[in-house]
Design a protein around this ligand. Structure first.
Ligand code: NAI
Length: 253
């Protein structure tokens, strides 16, 4: 088992990529601290893990709340140590031209996607540096590499997450702490579906999108979770400061 006895902390674990990651970590022997702003769904994630014989606890956490983030991470670290943090929670926004985008959208998406990841690293690093080990995985996006039209705010935040991850690696690598990002292409979660829902013909838009991928299909949350597992486990012990593109060949052809 790749995470046997490890304490792992996952944000946005109520559904989608975060949920898939929490379940995958538990299968690999980790204790999972599953957190989400949605108490109901994150409770279900922890329940699913426990029912399958795994070990988990669920907590309400809005990643934009730095004080609460610190409090919870401190609690977990003092009780069990802290081996892995996955800063996964993130949001999108409706397609919008830059000049039509209200500042409140900018503030909100920045707050969740960037400040949320900042808060997670800010809270975890003192513990990981002190113990001389730890792995942080931040969930960026293919949008960190492409400037997507009418997704400028999202692109801005994910570019920030990727470059921040490199800075975390540069600062904490000497103390034995690794920090990496995953950059997924289109994944069929609620967030992905929201995108198609804004199109006049969602089914046609989906088919068109699928054709842009070498593998002619969109990604599944579990496929991203497997890559997060790799970056969280000792299998990637000499990988840090890296943004792992997971996109079914979208960006290479
Ligand atoms: P999702 O919408 O299915 O799940 C996101 C989870 O985050 C939900 O459980 C939600 O309650 C939680 N969340 C939202 N705001 C929060 C907050 N302030 N504090 C704590 N939790 C919060 O989305 P999905 O697709 O699983 O996305 C996860 C991550 O993957 C995000 O960072 C997203 O940007 C990224 N991503 C997703 C892609 C996709 O196509 N679905 C592609 C590339 C990146």
């Amino acid at each position: 088992m790749r995470l046997d006895g490890k304490t792992t902390f996952v944000t946005g674990a109520g559904q989608g990529i975060g949920e898939a990651t929490a379940l995958r970590f538990a299968e690999e022997g980790a204790h999972v601290v599953a957190t989400d702003v949605n108490t109901e769904t994150v409770g279900e994630t922890a329940e699913t893990i426990e029912q399958a014989g795994g070990s988990a606890e669920a907590h309400e956490l809005d990643v934009t709340d730095g004080d609460r983030f610190h409090e919870l991470v401190d609690e977990v670290a003092s009780e069990r140590g802290l081996d892995v943090v996955v800063n996964n929670a993130g949001i999108g926004h409706p397609p919008q031209w830059i000049e039509d985008t209200d500042e409140s959208v900018l503030d909100y998406v920045l707050d969740v996607n960037v400040r949320g990841v900042w808060n997670g690293c800010h809270a975890a690093l003192p513990h990981m540096k002190e113990q001389g080990s730890g792995a942080i995985v931040n969930v960026a996006s293919l949008a960190a590499h492409f400037g997507l039209p009418r997704q400028a705010v999202y692109s801005l935040t994910k570019g920030a997450v990727l470059n921040f991850t490199r800075a975390v690696s540069a600062e904490s690598g000497p103390m034995g702490v690794r920090a990496n990002a995953v950059c997924p292409g289109f994944v069929t979660t609620d967030l992905g579906e929201q995108f198609f829902a804004t199109r006049s013909d969602p089914e046609a838009a989906r088919e068109q999108m699928e054709q842009r991928y070498d593998l002619r299909r969109l990604g599944e949350a579990e496929e991203i979770a497997d890559c997060i597992l790799f970056l969280a486990s000792d299998e990637s012990s000499w990988v840090t400061g890296h943004g792992l593109v997971v996109d079914g060949g979208f960006s290479t052809s």
